[in-house]
Unconditional design. Structure first.
Lengths: 412, 290
């Protein structure tokens, strides 16, 4: 009896290898999209909605006849907010499931965990998150906003509005460190002063000393680059201690909808630059929200990553149809033409061939006393210019590296 | 800076760190010290207390009552678990670690599935007060008072009540206690319930200051284990002085070098203590008393 299941497994594996070995057959079958997102664990509040956005885009495309007549088939795995799961499932979707493209990742740590595997198997991955920027990798297409889009708009506006003295509070890992470096650089360029900078280990939830340090400094506003549920306790504690300073961030509201989850007024005076949130009152945005809630009536919040994921699927459809193939080189040749654009929920966006990042309309969202959102400023068509200016050109070569302002691409 | 505001600020930071360590470790210390069980589900009892507190407070119950509700619920859950799972593992300490760890994983994921990835909190009550030029959260002072009150209450419970005498007798000489007619199983059950209830109390007290997520218990775990390991098996001779010493280390390092070094300081302290006095502070103090 004990041998039987093994034999079945072997047979299934053999069959699997045979099918995978016949690419001609796959051409007419569905287009397979791997989805690796955190549906449980620490990040689930912000990332469940990405899976739903991908499902919405897939349903709309399949109902309208699919990509080039081929339906989309989603292969979804729950990565459980665990970087090891990303590596495990990335291998599985690329080797075993043989997907055509992968949509994956929330935290920068997870992206850096799976990126070498995508490179190893020469896959194609969409990273649909705002992040610290700098990934110059031909196997990656990034639809999320990057620091030059979020900070070069936000920080000068804040300094103009509230004053030149800046205190940064950042999560102590690659995202926080690199974002803080961007803030430092922009504050310096604008003639401001960094009156303080503190890096908080992930998982820290008690901030009373940090709050006191901020109160002792002459900060005009605080840049909060805090990540995860534990660190989010800062806002409640700062409010209880009556810190009463304007806050600026690239991470809050736009992904974790803290203004909905926290008790007012803990997040009041928070300013966030985001490329999409459901409060944006344009016909395209309202239409998107309506279609989203029709399919997922209980969705707590439609954040920027949901819009990016939705846009990502539609951009992929466009590139495959223009290339007439799911072959990565042919898709990148289409991307290289520089006119891969999509007019979606967040306005018109285009992919930049040099960095394979995306242009955005950037909205400045301000959280009011009662946690409602106003938009004091909108910047249209902000390019992801930094990588290209710094010397990353994926149409020429593929370093598959991540760069920062203090560690730019080597001069050619 | 004037003398009073400066010293108040130092006291406030110390009190804040002390309160967090004492309140978060009390439940763990009781269960470990009295029963020898290393309860890896400690964080989930805290989460349970916090969730019950937040939801009853939002339903309209005054906060102190809501906190009591949270602690009681955690105590009841603890007693049920003791009867169904822990009781069978008293002579297998390693297995009890695995079992409580399993309980913690099940609890976290079950709450995630049933109640979703986050829950709205209650907001910190009492506002802030101005001392010198700085404003301080009054609720933090309440937390410090609660920590001191908690230690006092536990002292009275264990040294001035009949339950305390029987519980200590059961811990020290279980066979003798049984021979004298003590129902030791019931005492173990109540003690585990007390530990779980203290964890629930920690969750309830900190619920208004934190983000409510199923994994929130994990943020208490490092501090509570560090305090218990440094303190050793006795909560009064061990955990309380350990919390005071660690609070000084943590508050000072955080003030001078930031949160990262506060965290490093805690962990270095625990390594040094394990190396120098393996039984923790309480064993050291007891030996020195003799």
């Amino acid at each position: 009896m004990k041998k039987n299941p093994n034999r079945h497994l072997m047979a299934a594996m053999l069959a699997g290898t045979c099918i995978a070995g016949l690419p001609a057959m796959a051409q007419d079958g569905p287009i397979k999209i791997g989805v690796l997102e955190d549906q449980s664990g620490d990040f689930a509040a912000a990332t469940n909605v990405k899976v739903h956005a991908i499902e919405l885009a897939t349903k709309e495309i399949n109902d309208a006849g699919g990509i080039d007549g081929r339906p989309i088939e989603l292969v979804i795995y729950d990565t459980q907010s665990d970087n090891r799961r990303y590596q495990e499932f990335m291998r599985r979707v690329l080797q075993q499931d043989q997907v055509d493209v992968v949509f994956a990742g929330f935290s920068s740590a997870s992206r850096e965990a799976y990126r070498p595997i995508v490179n190893q198997f020469d896959g194609l991955a969409f990273y649909n998150n705002q992040y610290e920027g700098g990934v110059c990798d031909a196997n990656m297409i990034v639809t999320g906003a990057v620091p030059e889009q979020q900070f070069s708009t936000l920080i000068p506006w804040m300094m103009e509005e509230y004053g030149p003295n800046v205190y940064t509070l950042a999560a102590d890992y690659n995202f926080g460190q690199i974002s803080a470096e961007w803030v430092r650089q922009i504050v310096d360029e604008q003639g401001g002063t960094m009156v303080g900078e503190e890096f908080i280990p992930l998982g820290v939830s008690q901030f009373s000393q940090t709050i006191q340090n901020i109160q002792e400094s002459d900060a005009d506003f605080v840049v909060t680059l805090l990540v995860g549920a534990a660190q989010a306790s800062y806002y409640e504690q700062a409010n209880a201690s009556n810190v009463d300073l304007p806050m600026a961030s690239s991470v809050n509201v736009g992904q974790g909808y803290e203004h909905k989850r926290f008790t007012p007024p803990s997040l009041s005076q928070m300013h966030v630059t985001t490329n999409y949130i459901e409060e944006i009152d344009t016909p395209a945005s309202n239409d998107f929200v309506e279609r989203f809630r029709a399919m997922f009536p209980d969705e707590p919040y439609i954040n920027q990553e949901a819009a990016n994921s939705y846009i990502g699927i539609n951009l992929y459809k466009q590139m495959v149809e223009r290339a007439g193939s799911t072959d990565h080189d042919e898709i990148r040749a289409v991307l290289g033409e520089g006119d891969v654009c999509f007019d979606g929920p967040s306005g018109n966006v285009c992919l930049d061939p040099q960095s394979q990042h995306m242009s955005h309309t950037i909205y400045l969202a301000k959280v009011e006393e009662d946690h409602s959102i106003t938009f004091p400023e909108v910047w249209e068509n902000i390019e992801p210019y930094w990588l290209g200016d710094a010397g990353c050109d994926l149409t020429q070569n593929d370093p598959s590296a991540q760069y920062t302002p203090s560690n730019p691409p080597p001069a050619q | 800076m004037e003398f009073f505001p400066a010293s108040f600020s130092i006291f406030y930071q110390f009190g804040n760190a002390f309160a967090f360590l004492v309140i978060s470790c009390a439940g763990l210390a009781v269960i470990f010290g009295m029963m020898g069980i290393i309860n890896l589900a400690h964080g989930e009892f805290i989460m349970c207390g916090a969730y019950v507190t937040a939801s009853t407070a939002r339903a309209g119950l005054p906060l102190p009552l809501a906190i009591a509700c949270g602690a009681l619920t955690a105590a009841l859950v603890g007693m049920v678990l003791e009867r169904t799972v822990i009781r069978h593992l008293y002579h297998r300490p390693l297995d009890s670690i695995i079992a409580t760890w399993g309980i913690s994983l099940i609890a976290t994921q079950a709450v995630l599935i049933l109640l979703g990835p986050s829950m709205s909190g209650t907001g910190t009550p009492l506002g802030s007060t101005l001392v010198g030029e700085r404003s301080y959260s009054i609720y933090r002072l309440v937390l410090f008072a609660s920590a001191v009150g908690l230690l006092g209450g536990l002292y009275l419970l264990f040294y001035r009540t009949r339950f305390g005498v029987i519980a200590r007798a059961t811990i020290q000489r279980p066979e003798m206690a049984r021979a004298l007619g003590v129902d030791t199983r019931r005492v173990y059950g109540l003690t585990f319930g007390l530990g779980a209830g203290l964890a629930g109390l920690a969750g309830g007290l900190y619920a208004p200051t934190m983000t409510m997520v199923p994994t929130m218990g994990a943020t208490f775990i490092v501090e509570s284990f560090v305090t218990v390991v440094v303190g050793g098996a006795d909560i009064f001779l061990g955990a309380a002085p350990a919390a005071a010493i660690l609070a000084v280390i943590k508050a000072a390092l955080t003030a001078w070098y930031g949160q990262l070094f506060g965290q490093i300081g805690l962990l270095v302290a625990v390594i040094v203590v394990i190396r120098v006095m393996p039984g923790g502070l309480s064993a050291f103090i007891k030996r020195w008393q003799r």
